[in-house]
Design a protein around this ligand. Structure first.
Ligand SMILES: [Zn+2]
Length: 226
């Protein structure tokens, strides 16, 4: 992958191949920074097997810089992706997303307060829930606990989404902007399907690496090459 900097800014993103159809995000919330290096290492490990992709390691550079959930404007970096935003980080990500169109977008998050894994499936025009169920079952076999119950600590605005065996699927409703970065891309028709894995912050680096590496192997690669 080649490192690029958005013209006129120091906003970094990486590109592999000429026709990116996979979008990878990390560093949306700066207090979830441990997962960034793990995702970057996984991308390097799997690069030759992945389809063409764009990777943005620091979706919110100001939140990552300060290691805070909120960005430099004091706002949750994943609730502000609306049309007509005047926040630079939002505009930069929108510009990068508009460079291609993506069959799959994955935004890697971490839940600092949890020791259980869960994943948001924002839905889209494809149903790949079987891949996620297989991956979640693999994690259980490897002693990673899955969240069953609400994600009510992370953010009240998510309407206390209820997870079953670490999985919650939403029905995408076009025209309703949730404010998160991938939902904006879905509304623009740039992203067909969006997933948000939430790696448990309380686990060790090796457990987090197991989750991320197996997610690449069992969900992302299978999504494109099953
Ligand atoms: Zn997050």
């Amino acid at each position: 992958m080649r490192k690029h900097t958005l013209i006129g800014t120091n906003f970094e993103y990486f590109v592999h191949g000429a026709n990116p159809c996979l979008l990878l995000h990390a560093g949306t919330h700066g207090d979830e920074h441990e997962v960034i290096d793990i995702v970057t290492n996984a991308i390097k490990k799997f690069e030759s097997r992945l389809p063409d992709f764009i990777y943005v390691p620091h979706v919110s550079p100001s939140a990552v810089l300060h290691k805070t959930r909120h960005n430099g404007h004091g706002l949750d970096s994943n609730r502000i992706y609306l049309d007509g935003s005047d926040i630079h980080e939002v505009i930069w990500n929108q510009e990068v997303m508009m460079m291609s169109s993506f069959d799959l977008a994955v935004s890697f998050h971490e839940d600092p307060e949890y020791s259980t894994y869960y994943i948001y499936d924002e839905g889209g025009i494809t149903d790949k829930s079987d891949l996620i169920h297989l991956h979640n079952a693999f994690l259980t076999k490897n002693d990673i606990a899955l969240l069953t119950g609400p994600d009510d600590i992370h953010d009240k605005s998510i309407n206390q989404a209820h997870f079953v065996d670490g999985y919650k699927k939403f029905e995408f409703k076009e025209g309703i902007y949730m404010g998160d970065v991938l939902n904006w891309g879905m509304n623009k028709g740039i992203i067909k399907h969006a997933l948000i894995p939430e790696t448990p912050g309380c686990l060790s680096i090796s457990e987090k690496t197991l989750i991320i590496d197996s997610f690449f192997e069992m969900v992302i690669l299978k999504y494109f090459y099953r």
